[in-house]
Design a protein around this ligand. Sequence first.
Ligand code: ADP
Length: 425
Amino acid sequence: MPAPMPAPAPMPMPTPASQALLTVLLVEDNPADARLVQLMLADAHVPRFALVPVDRLTIAVETLVSGRQIDAILLDLGLPDGQGLANVTRLRGVAPRVPIIIMSGNDDEAVAVAGVRDGAQDYLVKGRIEADGLTRALRYAIERQEVETRLAAALETQQEANRQLARLSKAKSDFVSIVGHEFRTPLTGILGFSEIMRDEELSPAEVRDYAGDINADAGRLIRMITEMLDLDRMEAGQVTLRREMVDLRALVTEVAALARRTAPRHAILLALDDAVPPLLGDRDKLVQVVTNLVSNAIKYSAGGTITIGAAGYATSVDGVDGGDGGDGGGVHLSVCDEGVGIAPEALDTVFERYARIESAATRYIAGTGLGLPIVRQLVALHGGRVWAESVPGQGSTFHVDIPAPAPETDTAPETATAPPPAFVE
Ligand code: ADP
């Protein structure tokens, strides 16, 4: 199910030109010219203009970056600290949405055209400006800028919609390809085994065997579908946590006991610190995180040792706080195997949807490429992060940091009916 289309990022609203008082930044070093502009604008009634006169480009820049409301700029091109059209570029750089009207002593058509091309709204020649013309030029410049801003906002909305369509289209082809590849295998099994049961004389023991195979394949299918739907709901922000105090040591011990039953070729060891702080989290979802990681550790190693570690940390490994905005303390979980490993360039991509690393070692290992994205989403819901380290051919370690206590967020119980995670070999 595709994620709903996100609302477009809000664009800053332009100042309505009809508003009663418009603030004009007058960048002019000649006091006589500045006074003239002041007099011309003084008589305007609707709108009225408030002038902010400055005599240096640097002061104009400071004024604009200070966040003060400026509706338009009247800009002289010959300033002590800035000459020519570079002045326009400089101010556009810091205030791209504020309309600029050039005031120049130079009646040069080429400069005027170049100025407009550089982003100025108008070009007025000093000595030829009169009050009506100036107020009209200001009003029109502000109106034009508003239209441009609205057009830019519409364009951005359109582009975001296009990006979303591209994402949906990719999700659709990913879905089709995963159905093609991964669903086919268990379905072929179900078809084959059921045909044998239908067409051949079988002993009760054989029937049980085939029914068991069909059951396992059907279980695999349902898990894949559940994972897909779960991930979609998480990515759409529809999953919330049912928080309680969780003892990670006990949780890890339980998951390890279950894992041992399905992985007779592996030695599953625990390395649990005495001082693992209690976590405020969703127990079932944390079980799913550990189960997915241990399940992978089993799947992607032919045997050997798998070590599940849990420890408290004061600040996360890279010194960045764990996302709780507090002192950075929390719980560190690790799952270390001696398996096929992951190439350095794939260490980040394995957390993306349907990312499966094709190699001779993994070719025959079944999977959907959804286990790790689910882990990442669940960890993120807890305000934490997950990452991997690996030496190809020697093994991998997956690390999870979860801040404790977890950040206060929505604690409404979630309504998912997902079955508990299971180990799959
Ligand atoms: P799946 O295992 O179903 O393919 P995951 O999202 O759990 O999907 O993992 C994505 C990919 O990351 C796997 O296909 C595999 O290539 C790689 N991977 C995950 N865990 C391990 C691990 N412990 N050792 C080696 N590779 C791993």
